[in-house]
Each structure stands twice: as structure tokens, then as C-alpha cells.
Design a protein around this ligand. Structure first.
Ligand SMILES: Nc1nc2c(ncn2[C@@H]2O[C@H](COP(=O)(O)OP(=O)(O)O)[C@@H](O)[C@H]2O)c(=O)[nH]1
Ligand SMILES: [Mg+2]
Length: 175
């Protein structure tokens, strides 16, 4: 059973028991990073593709079983997906990093490169790996062909319930 549920941001919700965490979202271009944060923020799935410029920060609040409000401010690092494009400043004071890939093998191979890249800036930050687009049939959906395992697999197209991912993320980043 999931212990977290998304709550609407209200004035009351800026209470003293709100815990805020900065989460940086990285991964190859086109893997679904912007779609993921938009879906978390309650927007519908969109099929058009807009490479975002700069960085978008989406804050999403959840209520935990211990009655804390957990505010994840997720940095969607868009337009800098080539290695070396993301600067040190993005990672400053980051509590956790999500690396996204999809069913394209190259994006999966690049997960290891992303890890190396992240560790240059924040060596001990918790990292979660997620494979997106599992709704799309491909050879790599065959488990025997997988080149690595991921903490989660999801489809931002079909999925409406992100509680397990958010709960796991909270477990990773809480101090
Ligand atoms: N089939 C499918 N398409 C997806 C999924 N998530 C994202 N997309 C599509 O992939 C494209 C790139 O998504 P976007 O979020 O912009 O990727 P970003 O470059 O990593 O931010 C868009 O056309 C999305 O509609 C998914 O789970 N399934
Ligand atoms: Mg994007």
C-alpha cells in the first residue's frame, strides 16, 4: 500500500511540518522528463514535443503517513541533455537525482554516463533510475534483452498513480 498521496497546494500547506527537497531530473533528450513532471503536477499527457530551454522547476506536495507535507521541487534540466551541458549550479544543494531513460537502448547505456557525470558534482547524492515508455512495444521490453535493471519502470502516457515512485524517492532523500 502506498503511504503518499498528492495534495492540492493550499495556503495551509506552508505549515511548519513541510519538508522541502530539491530533486534534479536528468536523462537523454526525449526520454519523457518534461512529461513526467507535468503529469506529476496534474497536467494531461501531451503528444507534441517541445525541447524545453533552460530549466523548469515544478514543485509537487505529498502527504506522508507520518503527517508531514513533503514538497519535492523537481528541476527539469531541459535543453542541456548532452553530457557536459549541465553545469555545477544545477546540482547545488540537491537532495536526490532521478535519471530517466526509455526503451531506446542508447538512452539506457547512457544511464551509467549520467551517474558518472552526477558523481562529479555530488558524490553521495541518492540516485533513482527509471525506465519510461513501457507502453511502447519494443525488443528491449523483453527482459532477457535488458542491459540493466532499473529502480522503476513506468509509462507517463498510461500511468496515473505515481505514489510508489514518490514514496521510494522520499525514503531515499529523507534525512
Ligand atoms: N509512448 C510514450 N510516449 C511518451 C511517454 N512519455 C513521454 N512520451 C513522449 O516522448 C516525447 C518526449 O517527451 P518529453 O517529456 O518532452 O521528453 P524530454 O526531452 O526528456 O523532456 C513526447 O512526444 C512525449 O509525448 C510514454 O510513457 N509513452
Ligand atoms: Mg524536456
Amino acid at each position: 500500500m502506498s503511504s503518499l498521496s498528492i495534495v492540492k497546494q493550499t495556503k495551509n500547506q506552508t505549515k511548519k511540518n513541510t519538508l522541502t527537497y530539491k530533486i534534479v531530473l536528468v536523462g537523454d533528450a526525449g526520454t519523457g522528463k518534461s512529461t513526467f513532471v507535468k503529469r506529476l503536477s496534474g497536467l494531461n499527457f501531451v503528444t507534441s514535443y517541445h525541447a524545453t530551454l533552460g530549466v523548469d522547476v515544478h514543485c509537487v506536495t505529498f502527504k506522508s503517513i507520518d503527517n508531514n507535507y513533503i514538497n519535492f521541487c523537481i528541476w527539469d534540466t531541459a535543453g542541456q541533455e548532452k553530457f557536459g551541458g549541465i553545469r555545477e549550479g544545477y546540482y547545488r544543494n540537491t537532495d536526490g537525482v532521478i535519471i530517466l531513460c526509455d526503451n531506446n537502448k542508447m538512452t539506457q547505456k547512457n544511464v551509467a554516463k549520467w551517474k558518472t557525470h552526477i558523481k562529479q558534482f555530488c558524490p553521495s547524492v541518492p540516485i533513482m533510475t527509471i525506465k519510461n515508455k513501457i507502453d511502447v512495444a519494443s525488443k528491449s521490453n523483453n527482459k532477457q534483452n535488458e542491459i540493466m535493471t532499473f529502480d522503476f519502470e513506468m509509462s507517463t502516457k498510461n500511468m496515473t498513480d505515481y505514489d510508489d515512485i514518490l514514496e521510494e524517492l522520499y525514503g531515499l532523500v529523507k534525512k
